[in-house]
Write a protein that binds this ligand. Sequence first.
Ligand code: PBG
Length: 323
Amino acid sequence: MNNIHRPRRLRNNQMIRDLSAEVCPDKTRLIMPHFVVEEKNVRQAIKPMPGIFRVCTDNLLKDLESDLKLGIDKVILFGIPAEKDEMAKGAYDEHGVIQKAIRRIKKELPDICVIADVCLCEYMSHGHCGIVENGKILNDPTLELLGKTAVSYAAAGADIVAPSDMMDHRVGFIREALDVNEFTDTIILSYAAKYASAFYDPFRDAAGSAPGFGDRKTYQMDYRNAMEAEKEVMIDIEEGADMVMVKPALAYMDIIRRVRKIVDVPLCTYNVSGEYAMVKASVNAGVADEKKIVTEIMTSLFRAGANMIISYHTRDIFQNNWF
Ligand code: PBG
C-alpha cells in the first residue's frame, strides 16, 4: 500500500496543529461597535443583544476607558439623535451626538482609533438612508448630505469614515468633499458590498432606524447576487475607498472570499447584530459553548479572507481572553 500522504500527521498534537495552522484569529483586527444617544444619564440594554447598550456620551467614555484597559482600541460609532427630521440634520450638525462624542474621545482617550459610520437613517424621521421624495429614495441629492456628514466627522477628529448608505457614487463624492476641506488623511472604509438583510433587525431596534415605509431593497444589494459585489467594490475603490467591507458576514463568506481575490486593499467584514443575537440566544439556551463558537466564527471570517472584523463579540473576546 502506498501511504505516503497521511494528513493526520499534521494533527498529531496541539503544538503541531498550532505550528501548521493556516490562519490564526487576531484580536488586534477587531473593532467594537457603540450606540451613542444624545440624552444624558443613559445606559439602556438592547434586549436581543445581551451585553450591548445604548449609552450617553459620559457612559460611552467610561466604557471606552475600561475597554481600552482590556486592549480594545478600535471602535465604530453609531449616533441616535434626540430629534429626527426629513433632512437628517443631526448627522452633519457640528454639535451632533457623534461629533461631540468624537471630540471628547480624541481629547480624553487619544489612543483610540475612531471609525464614524456615515449614514442618514438614524437621523431621518422616515428611517431611510437618503432623502425621500414621493416615496422614492433620491440618490444624487443625498450625496450632498453624506459629504457634509463625512466632513463634519473628519473635522471632529474621526480617523476613518465609513459610508453605509449604499447610494451610488457616495465614495467619490465624500473623497472630494474631504479633499476640498483638507482632510486628505481621513480614511474611507466603504460598506461596498452591503446586502439588504434580515440580520440587521436588532440593530434597527437599537438605533431606532427601521424604515417607516417599504424596505431598503432599492439601495442595499440583493442577496441572490455575488458577481454584483465585485462590481460594487471595484467602483468604490476607483472612487477612492481605502478599505472595503462585506456585510453581513456569516451567510456571506463566499462574498468575502470573492472580494478578497479581486482587491488589494484591506477587507473588513461586519459580523452584524442578528448574527450576534443568534449566538447569544443559543448560548443562553444552553446549546452552544460561547468561547468555542465565537472563536470558530472569528477564525473562519479571517480564513475566508477578512483582514478585520467589526463584531459585538469584541468585548467578550478581550475580557475572557478567548484567543
Ligand atoms: C446604517 C447601518 C445599519 C447597520 C450598520 N449601519 C442598518 C441598516 O442598514 O439597516 C447594521 C449593523 C448591524 O446589524 O449590526 N445604514
